[in-house]
Write a protein that binds this ligand. Sequence first.
Ligand SMILES: Cc1ncc(COP(=O)(O)O)c(C=O)c1O
Length: 420
Amino acid sequence: MKDFSILSKDELLKYREELQKQYDTYLIEKLDLNMSRGKPCKEQLDLSNNMLNINDYISSDNIDLRNYGILDGIKEAKEFFASLLDIDKNNIIIGGNSTLNMIYDAISRLYMFGYMGSTPWCRLEKVKFLCPVPGYDRHFDILEKFGFEMINIPITKDGINMDMVEDLCKNDENIKGIICVPLYSNPTGTCYSKETVDRLAKMQTKAKDFKIFWDNAYAIHYIYEKIELYNIFEACKKYNTEDRIMYFFSTSKINFPGGGVSLLAGSDNTIKDTLSHLSIQTIGYDKINQLRTVKFLKDKENTLKFMDKHANILRPKFDIVLNTLEENFNNNPILKWQKPKGGYFVSVDTLEGLAKKVVAMCKELGVVLTDAGSTYPKKQDPKDSNIRLAPSFPNIEELKKAMDIFCLCVKIATIDKMLA
Ligand SMILES: Cc1ncc(COP(=O)(O)O)c(C=O)c1O
């Protein structure tokens, strides 16, 4: 692509005219393409159709699962997830269909009741949370709902800016937690290094009831490379800090989003504390769904093979996004991005002040992207530069067109900024 920085004003204007012609052509086409949310496509959903044919209801320990009972999850589900995620089965509670719901509930309990006798967060004048950015909008929405102050922590190549995290947590008692997506993170695809995990486990926190919300949503969702995440429970065991971990996972993006099985894992204390509340919140979750999920996925080995099928569907889509970016902006500083090794997103950064404009232009041409700003608390990207691309849902042809339009809009917005 043309290097804008060496073009004269006249050359820029001429190029701008060419691009405008392409823009006007797309405008007439009245397209309807969506790259906004990380939803699996139909082919991915179809992989799990056989799960709907499983109608067994007796557990491995001979319990009729059609009835009330078993608050913390059926035996085979606990054993399955324990093996899949390398967590002790006694430290897992199997929940309902959504980790987001479990995270919201966990925060609500800490807010209303506190952790094992500590002051409930609602009684404190101020509660602050650390938010790795760019991050997942729905995490930030929960924290905003509770009125917590959110502090941006920059994502780095191998995790988050740990110097900043350590410094803040050591000195401020109001900082009660951090919310992390440690593997193939949403949206940057960042994978936390062993050192990052170890430092999170080891760091001093002025708040005694400090919590790490470890949302390992993409634990086995590789596309290009399987990355081994250092086990945070193992790390915390060394420093006697297991009580700070609230670990979450779900099968939303293994089988059916919104129809999967979620889990919370924590220390012995956390499990005891959580169950004391859950036993009042519910008689139990959907055990039939737990059983059919385990019957379908069987064991760790089979599940990882199953995830290969997802990866094979997603990889060509990610290739399109990454190759189109490469063809249009290779070595050009007007757009930056990272190649994710897995997950559901590609995160790009425009020049400062252009993300909202690019998203609006794409929308005008019929390409819906995640709203600019969404990857930051309160939807405020201080540089207005980050955009999250979600390639999973559209088909290949739609995706190619959507990416061409995206690149066109980035170029036009950038030239306009330069001319201004
Ligand atoms: C990081 C992260 N956590 C949680 C979720 C939602 O998970 P669930 O369907 O289990 O509520 C998503 C969905 O996109 C996500 O990206």
